[in-house]
Ligand binder design. Structure first.
Ligand code: EPU
Length: 309
């Protein structure tokens, strides 16, 4: 009722499973698909008016939606302003909804280095920058020069790399909605950039279960350790709860069958945490973003949506 006047941009009680790589979980109270900054501001103003938290969904590659769904407004930045890329020599400004794999490949083909470390990491420009995605080959922060955000209160801000305070899988941008990002890449020999990109892809293909049905690494690496190696050494590969299993290919991945529920994954996460703690005295912290009700079994907080402050 409250959102019908904003149809088709906004729809109520929409299943989020198909929009995430796990492919499961409940519905969004409201799903808003916006393609312009003006539409985004309209949705944010309405969310504030009715006092609902806002969640931003990128490619859904690192999000676990609880079975009870999300009691808030889930915003997707799709098409229009948000999927534009503007190249200017070694610089590119990308809308937050731009697919990072396509952007990486476009850069590699132009002989521009700096994004190859993103090979095999799914996501949008906004999502990967917000979380400072990356791995042993580098992090996206190295290529970020400027970020434009809007706060849910409607306040706009421009950030340079330092102000964004990038750290391991986090940044000060959390709590703001990224609208676009400027990357500064490094001209290099196209053959060499392509070769490095292929090598990283090859490493990922051999060591990780790529594709849907998982959300990449589930836990952050504890300082100086690899979460995958610890889980593996605890003998947990193949451990299953319902339709969720610790991957045999890489122990920091949980893979799901179509029958799996979010509760299965959450219970499996808690089991892994407990066993690794017993074995090595290390507490693993989830890297995957958990939205909505995550049940009593889990010893962590689900990620809050952005409140109207
Ligand atoms: N290892 C095991 N068993 C396993 C998995 C890994 O023994 O089941 C060992 C490996 O042999 C290696 C070490 O653990 O010696 C580290 O493994 P890997 O190189 O796969 O890296 P990782 O630390 O597990 C990180 C990122 C990944 C990224 C890779 C490669 C985190 C939490 N993970 O994984 O990122 O793809 O490096 O760049 O930072 C993600 O963030 O979702 C993600 C997949």
């Amino acid at each position: 009722m409250m959102w019908m006047d904003l149809a088709p941009m906004c729809a109520e009680h929409v299943p989020l499973g198909p929009l995430t790589w796990f492919g499961l979980g409940g519905t969004a109270r409201v799903l808003a698909t916006v393609s312009t900054q003006a539409q985004l501001r309209t949705v944010l103003a309405r969310a504030c008016e009715v006092d609902l938290p806002v969640y931003v969904l990128g490619a859904g590659a690192n999000v676990l939606v609880g079975d009870g769904g999300v009691d808030g407004v889930v915003v997707r930045l799709k098409g229009g302003d948000f999927e534009q890329t503007q190249w200017d020599g070694p610089r590119v400004v990308a809308g937050a909804g731009v697919d990072i794999a396509s952007l990486t490949l476009a850069a590699v083909r132009r002989g521009l280095a700096g994004l190859e470390c993103m090979a095999g990491i799914p996501g949008t420009a906004g999502g990967t920058v917000c979380m400072n995605a990356g791995g042993r080959f580098g992090e996206i922060k190295e290529a970020v020069r400027r970020v434009w955000t809007v706060h849910r209160s409607g306040c706009c801000r421009e950030w340079n790399q330092e102000e964004a305070e990038f750290e391991y899988r986090r940044s000060a941008l959390t709590g703001h909605i990224i609208e676009r990002v400027a990357f500064e890449l490094v001209p290099d020999d196209p053959g060499r950039v392509m070769q490095r990109y292929r090598e990283i892809w090859e490493y990922k293909k051999q060591s990780q279960p790529l594709g849907r049905g998982s959300a990449g690494c589930v836990f952050k690496n504890p300082p100086g350790e690899s979460a995958g190696a610890l889980i593996d050494r605890a003998g947990l590969k193949g451990t299953a709860v319902g339709g969720a299993t610790v991957s045999e290919a890489h122990a920091n991945f949980i893979v799901v069958r179509s029958s799996a529920t979010a509760s299965d994954i959450i219970e499996l996460i808690a089991t892994v945490q407990q066993r690794v703690e017993e074995e090595f005295g290390v507490t693993l912290e989830p890297e995957v973003q958990i939205w909505g009700d995550c049940g009593q079994a889990a010893r962590w907080q689900s990620r809050e949506g952005l409140a109207c402050t």
